[in-house]
Design a protein around this ligand. Structure first.
Ligand code: ZN
Length: 162
């Protein structure tokens, strides 16, 4: 919901964040359909999506098969550089320590995430890897379309228990 106190600039910025997070959610739903934990990510450069991915840990039987890692790899391939300095990443769930590390290594500008992961989130919940004085600092904002991401995950885990 738009808050009454938001300035027009802030309102537009929120609209943009929501738009890209919705695309990340679409990716998360693809994971869901394949029986993977529903987490999606998109990498954005100059207001355009240059890479999108979803969690494929089970499909690939790969411990690094997280949405963020796959999206970062695709983005680097696309712009032919491991330096994703002018890129933002949108992830539906707070990144784990591995992905947080990769996001820092890739020199991502902004990280936007949806739901908080109180068990293993590395962007404030369990630990905050973005708080250290690394050479590169990523700006972090969580809680974007939080309830959508959370509900998707909850529905998935509920269906597993059945
Ligand atoms: Zn991860």
């Amino acid at each position: 919901m738009r808050r009454v106190l938001d300035t027009p600039m802030k309102y537009l910025a929120n609209q943009k964040m929501n738009k890209f997070m919705k695309r990340a959610l679409k990716e998360a739903k693809k994971a869901y359909k394949k029986g993977e934990v529903p987490i999606g990510a998109v990498v954005v450069k100059d207001n355009k999506i240059i890479a999108k991915a979803y969690n494929q840990r089970e499909t690939k039987q790969d411990p690094t098969g997280h949405a963020e890692i796959i999206a970062l790899k695709k983005a680097s391939k696309k712009i032919k550089s491991w330096r994703l300095e002018d890129c933002d990443i949108y992830v539906t769930l707070e990144p784990c320590p591995m992905c947080a590390g990769a996001i820092i290594q890739a020199r991502i500008k902004n990280l936007y995430f949806g739901a908080y992961d109180f068990k293993s989130g590395a962007a404030s919940s369990a630990i905050n890897l973005f708080n250290y004085p690394w050479n590169h600092q990523v700006k972090v904002k969580g809680g974007i379309l939080e309830s959508e991401s959370k509900e998707l995950l909850q529905t998935f885990f509920k269906s597993l228990r059945k």
